[in-house]
Design a protein around this ligand. Structure first.
Ligand code: PLP
Length: 422
């Protein structure tokens, strides 16, 4: 894919503050040239989904044009080629998150499906009445509801790690929550509302000292910070392709082989079996045991292209660039009278949630939209967190490697304009 060489040229190594040549990167994303209501698009809804570079768009259309055939089932040329490409995408994902084996990389539809798979299969294998699962007060609904569904089925309890006023996990309380019935900790790496980067390494060490495995929701971390599941010691790790410049409908569940082997399949159907008779069915080996039916092989291939794109730029550079942009945004937003930033943890990622005076978030979002500025408003699928802060919702600006300080300035000017209208 030509994106790689483009990226190499896009790096401006000798400038400390802006190591990424953002204008060159923006040209990789055709949608960024769009206008909305006659205004240039300022896309600040990256935590919901990222835009796609041309190489990912091309990859999807090339794959359908040239190599489309159902995978794993055919002896014919195209089927084998598509299978090879999907399996090489799996290897690519393995490398990207530092997993030990491709057997531990399960393709899913996204973080939500990854956590539903985990909750369903883990609960069936390991959880019974009276057991306890720890989650946190800053989880996305997709790391709450799947556990509630299984808790109803198996009778285990869900205990919640509280969130401090700053928007950090209360790790002192966390340590007190362990009992002999604690069977799993499932928490987010980065909050999609507060931007807080949780100290997952310390959390994993603490949980492991009690013999408890840890699942991490990586939906908001994998696109922004280098993740190595083995260095972290994570037992499970979930993320979505569409939040890291890949297509929708594809995601990943990493799971430690020793645990995955003990867990039953999530869904039944083709591909996940070794042998089927009406009396007894035996299951396929990992990871196929968890991939029933025709997988989104084109999605896997396009996800791998997106990861190559990120690697071509360098995750460290992306993290540094976004961190500087986010600090700039916080400084500029803080100049606005009546600005209340929700989530002020020092260790944070590229998300800023805020409220301005008594202006309802959806009014703010609607008026900013008219100025071409796309932000997200509402509870961000984290209603318990909204309850924690006693607010109905927030306005959320979330940044990506293609956003600029000029766009932050447009956001600030837009908010000022809306403020004056109220
Ligand atoms: N977890 C977090 C922290 C998220 O931010 C999101 C989506 O915004 C999800 C899970 C769910 O991701 P998806 O909708 O791609 O499955």
């Amino acid at each position: 894919m030509s994106c790689h060489s483009v990226k190499a040229a896009a790096l401006v190594e000798n400038r400390h503050t802006e190591m990424i040549d953002v204008e060159s990167i923006r040209r990789d994303f055709p949608i960024l040239g769009r206008e909305v209501y006659g205004k240039p698009l300022v896309y600040l809804d990256n935590a919901a989904t990222t835009q796609k570079p041309q190489c990912v768009i091309d990859c999807i259309s090339d794959a359908y044009r040239n190599v489309n055939a159902n995978v794993h089932r055919g002896i014919h040329f195209l089927s084998q080629e598509a299978t090879d490409m999907m399996e090489s995408a799996r290897e690519n994902v393995r490398r990207f998150i530092g997993a030990g084996s491709t057997e531990e990389i399960i393709f899913t539809r996204g973080t939500t499906e990854s956590i539903n798979l985990l909750a369903s299969s883990f609960a069936q294998a390991f959880l019974k009445e009276g057991d306890e699962v720890l989650i946190s007060g800053m989880e996305h609904h997709s790391n709450i509801v799947p556990w509630q569904i299984q808790a109803q089925r198996y009778g285990f309890k869900i205990k919640v790690i509280p969130v401090t006023d700053l928007g950090e996990l209360d790790t002192d309380v966390f340590r007190t929550l362990f009992t002999s019935r604690t069977k799993l900790v499932s928490i987010t790496h980065v909050s999609n509302v507060l931007g807080t980067v949780n100290p997952v390494s310390g959390i994993i060490n603490e949980a492991h000292s009690h013999g408890v495995p840890v699942a991490i929701d990586g939906a908001q971390s994998v696109p922004h910070i280098r993740v190595n599941v083995q260095e972290l010691g994570a037992d499970f790790y979930a993320f979505s392709g569409h939040k890291i410049y890949g297509p929708t409908g594809i995601g990943v569940l990493y799971g430690r082989k020793a645990l995955l082997e003990k867990m039953p399949p999530y869904q039944g159907g083709g591909e996940m079996i070794k042998r089927v008779t009406f009396d007894k069915t035996t299951y396929n080996e990992l990871p196929y045991k968890f991939e029933a039916g025709t997988p989104d092989y084109i999605g896997s291939i396009a996800l791998a292209t997106a990861l190559d794109y990120v690697n071509g730029i360098g995750m460290e550079r992306i993290a540094e660039y976004e961190s500087e942009l986010c600090s700039y945004a916080i400084d500029r937003l803080s100049e606005i009278p009546d600005m209340r930033i929700i989530g002020t943890a020092p260790h944070r990622s590229a998300v800023v949630s805020f409220l301005v005076g008594g202006i309802h978030p959806s009014d703010m979002g609607t008026l900013l939209d008219r100025l071409g500025i796309a932000v997200r408003t509402g509870h961000h699928c984290a209603e318990p967190l909204m309850d924690r802060y006693g607010i109905p919702g927030t306005v959320r600006a979330s940044f990506s490697l293609y956003n600029t300080k000029a766009e932050v300035d447009s956001l600030v000017a837009g908010i000022e304009r809306v403020r004056k209208m109220f």
